[in-house]
Design a binder for this molecule. Structure first.
Ligand code: SF4
Length: 359
């Protein structure tokens, strides 16, 4: 029987089911304080550490820092987890982050507030179809972004974050290797433009960054001529072209603290503003314009999956022990190899992963 091969472009045209933005009940100051105190106690009793992504709710980020956990990009979240002696890591973020934590820390219990918190890049790159695509091009080196499932990572030669993608692809291109890149097409094209690498693309995209609008951004820049434009490379090329700084979440946060500008227009998930405001309280931070300019949750620069993490379900998961990440050890054994290859590369080339990152 002949197998029908579906192209990455056809797969990209399939609609991805984006959930409505969850609306968590507003907690009074007293309720919030009590809930935070309960979570702190639960973390202590269960020898658990909280690791949160920059795009999650500000209360979760603060709690992670107050309890000796960390707030970071996804790779640093996993690396931080590996350095902890705690038996349990509670990952506030999206599912691939929990999976990466488990792959790197197979002996630890990894919990997440909501296992349905996924990512459009991960959803748009089904492992079976991705494997078939790779099998069609056996002479290509497979490089995948961290925003992928454990199955997709297991098929890859390299895993990269947005911060380390450029030097790794440059390195491969210099060796004359042809590359399959997945799943984020915008980041892929950005990397190809700067490296000239021979790349075949999976056509995925991030539903949040895809929404930034270039004409509206041009208008906004005219209104704020002194503002530096900070852009995450998951954004479309027309947005990247207007950037003063293109980089990972960590790189964009560093830009706000290190640049002299008083104003910044920021094109990435709005959750990042919590950390930026904390580190640079006197700077004026402006969200880059999106399609709906606040009209719908899908076009408001706030990831609906990241928003599935809240104090309420964090406490629930610590109470019930539900939502544990489980990965077949045989699969984890394969998936860890391309991640370790990236970590080795970073070490050998003196690339500080603390200043790198991804969505
Ligand atoms: S912001 Fe985009 S890349 Fe990040 S988790 Fe949400 S959908 Fe995925």
């Amino acid at each position: 029987m002949t197998e029908t091969i579906i192209s990455p472009a056809e797969i990209a045209r399939r609609p991805i089911e984006v959930p409505p933005h969850p609306h968590w009940p507003t907690l009074s100051k007293e309720e919030k304080t009590a809930l935070k105190a309960r979570i702190k106690q639960q973390l202590q009793e269960q020898d658990a550490v909280l690791v949160a992504h920059y795009y999650t709710d500000g209360d979760l980020q603060s709690l992670a820092e107050e309890t000796g956990g960390c707030v970071a990009d996804s790779l640093e979240m996993a690396r931080f987890g590996s350095e902890q002696s705690a038996k349990t890591l509670v990952v506030c973020g999206v599912r691939f982050m929990g999976e990466t934590a488990k792959i790197l820390n197979p002996e630890k219990r990894i919990l997440m507030p909501d296992l349905n918190a996924t990512c459009s890049l991960d959803e748009g790159c089904p492992a079976d179809e991705f494997r078939r695509f790779c099998d069609q091009h056996p002479d290509h080196t497979v490089v995948v972004y961290a925003n992928t499932s454990a199955e997709v990572k297991a098929r890859a030669d390299w895993v990269v974050t947005s911060g380390i993608a450029l030097p790794i692809v440059k390195h491969l291109a210099e060796k004359g290797e042809k590359i399959i890149w997945a799943p984020d097409k915008h980041l892929g094209h950005y990397v190809q433009k700067l490296t000239g690498a021979d790349m075949l693309f999976w056509e995925g995209s991030c539903v949040v960054h895809e929404e930034f609008k270039s004409v509206a951004l041009e208008r906004l820049r005219k209104l704020h001529p002194g503002a530096a434009v900070l852009v995450h490379p998951e954004s479309p090329a027309a947005i990247i072209d207007q950037a003063d700084v293109v980089g990972s979440t960590t790189a964009l946060i560093n830009a706000v603290t290190s640049m002299d500008n008083d104003e910044f227009i920021v094109a990435t998930d709005g959750g990042i503003f919590h950390k930026m405001k904390q580190l640079a309280p006197n700077k004026n931070l402006i969200e880059a314009p999106t399609q709906g300019e606040g009209a719908t949750c899908q076009s408001c620069a706030h990831c609906p999956w990241m928003a599935m993490n809240a104090l309420q379900n964090l406490s629930d998961v610590l109470t019930t022990g539900a939502n544990e990440i489980v990965i077949d050890p045989a699969l984890a054994e394969k998936a860890v190899l391309p991640i370790q290859r990236m970590l080795e590369f970073a070490k050998t080339h003196g690339i500080g992963m603390k200043t790198q990152g991804n969505a």
